[in-house]
Design a protein around this ligand. Structure first.
Ligand code: ZN
Ligand code: ZN
Length: 269
């Protein structure tokens, strides 16, 4: 098993635990490093984003904890940067770029906050067309990665969370593949996200298998992240993820560098 996670939420956004509780959990599981990535502040209203003021407090607390735990575990201050957020002014160690909202005509709907809301957004913003919705999602994710520094691409393929997208629709598949080909020129590391498995919503992680094949073909790499909101689920599906990636032709590489501040990371290429 790998001994790190670079997609971790706390009570500063929509996680259920404090940063210290998460660190203690990570230590109890033998982790060598832990990266925090609470949701960035954004213009739209949501239950999950940090406040502007919370953003500053969260960063300070993570830095203090990094000092306090130095020598026992490496603690990194990151952010899950939403595509609708401003470029961060804080000196983050890593940035996980994600798109969570569908935005059209100045209206915003959360993509992954419940099946009913998800169905409503496709109906109201895209006239019921999943193809239009997924194309828009992939276009905005691509623009987000190009516009902002990105160290990890967050939950690529989120529109399939509730299994309401037709995975065999070539227009959806083409949009997704085109996005991977463009994104990989700007950021090579994509996450295998096991968060929806932890919440009982899926039995396999994102992204879909055909996208794993495309990432591999384009020379990209995978990192396993649990998108952790509950400390008990910190390593959810980590062992299975190794088998899953190996079955898709990926090989494990330990002690890799994520960026100029973070090394000792397990990547799959
Ligand atoms: Zn997310
Ligand atoms: Zn997340």
């Amino acid at each position: 098993m790998q001994y790190h996670n670079f997609h971790t939420h706390t009570r500063y956004s929509d996680g259920h635990d404090t940063p210290r509780e998460m660190i203690e959990e990570a230590l109890s599981r033998g982790f060598t490093s832990l990266g925090f990535s609470d949701h960035s502040f954004a213009w739209f209203e949501s239950y999950y984003s940090m406040s502007e003021e919370g953003t500053v407090r969260q960063f300070r607390e993570i830095r203090q904890l990094a000092d306090e735990y130095r020598g026992r575990i490496r603690i990194y201050a990151g952010i899950e940067l939403d595509g609708e957020s401003a470029i961060p002014t804080l000196d983050y160690d890593f940035i996980l770029s994600s798109v969570h909202e569908a935005v059209r005509h100045g209206r915003s709907f959360p993509i992954d906050s419940g099946k009913e809301q998800h169905l409503a957004l496709v109906r109201e913003l895209y006239g019921g067309s999943y193809t239009d919705f997924t194309k828009d999602y992939y276009m905005r994710l691509t623009e987000h990665v190009i516009r902002n520094r990105t160290d990890i691409v967050g939950h690529l393929d989120l529109p399939t969370k509730y299994s309401t997208c037709p995975e065999d629709d070539p227009r959806y598949r083409d949009a997704a593949i085109e996005a991977v080909r463009e994104i990989v020129k700007h950021c090579k590391v994509f996450e295998l996200n096991t968060g929806a498995i932890a919440r009982g919503l899926r039995t396999v992680p994102y992204p879909a298998a055909f996208l794993l094949d495309e990432i591999k073909a384009q020379g990209g790499a995978m990192i396993v992240n649990s998108d952790c909101h509950y400390r008990a689920k910190l390593t959810c599906w980590f062992d299975e993820a190794e088998e899953y990636l190996a079955a898709h032709g990926f090989r494990r590489f330990d002690n890799q560098r994520l960026n100029d501040r973070i090394d000792g990371v397990t990547l799959w290429k």
